[in-house]
Ligand binder design. Sequence first.
Ligand code: NAI
Length: 284
Amino acid sequence: MGTYAVTGSASGMGRAASERLRANGHTVVGVDLRDADVVADLSTAAGRARASAAVLEVAGHRLDGAVLAAGVGPTPGPDRPRLILETNYRGVVELASAWRTALAATGKAKVVVVSSNSATTVPMVPRRAVRALLSDDLDGALRSTRVFRHAAPAMAYAASKIAVSRWVRRQAVTPQWAGQGVRLNALAPGAVMTPLLEKQLATPREAKAIRGFPVPIGGYGDSDRLAEWILFMLSDAADFLCGSVVFVDGGSDAYFRSDQWPTAPSLTETPRYLWRLRRFGTGY
Ligand code: NAI
């Protein structure tokens, strides 16, 4: 039986995944603002440092897997964009990075980062915000989202999910992650009926946008069903899964972006492709 770290373990998908892992006989070290083995605020640097160290101590510096599900939604509020970026981006990247050696210690650990289909279905997300996040320039990312005024939380949310997905894809294939046997992947749900979504549905403007959003299969996702996807991505079935962003969203991403992906590398991308082809195996 294994040991798993789960952030956001007190509610929604993180809670459902924790319950399933425990029911299967695993040890779960849950991290959340309340009702968790490690109570910490992942929107602050001190909280993240404390949480990552406390989990390592409880887990004896060996982790079979991790689920990074803690996150906040794009509900309105003046300080909301910063909270979103701190929690949804840094709360994932800093903890996953801090746990990498403990994950490598168990041979074929799996990490599931809970992203969102907001990463591909929200238009006009400033690229500069995503670039800034990936360079850990949170203030720069905030400046790029602030110009959207009342839509700033939605832009910060989508930017956080694009950046975290890209971080997963960049890191997953490196000698530090894949080379150490750690499978790093992201799950991208659509609207799932959890307290996070309920808060959004309680805001008239957001409720209208959510209810009018195209979901080809209809309805909302269910946190228990999404937890089954998380467990699948933690299981041996995922031994060959690396750097994938798995959409479980009722078809919204396919509806909007059917022709954007998959595509062959374009002419302008080809030199970089060839460069990577040659560099593989040299510690890239
Ligand atoms: P939820 O609100 O039910 O659970 C999120 C958990 O994260 C809560 O227990 C909360 O206390 C914790 N959390 C929030 N801020 C924290 C902080 N600063 N420090 C420590 N813990 C903190 O939400 P849900 O829906 O289960 O969300 C899980 C993940 O799924 C989030 O990353 C969210 O962005 C993502 N997601 C949710 C969707 C939805 O429609 N519910 C859709 C797509 C992605």
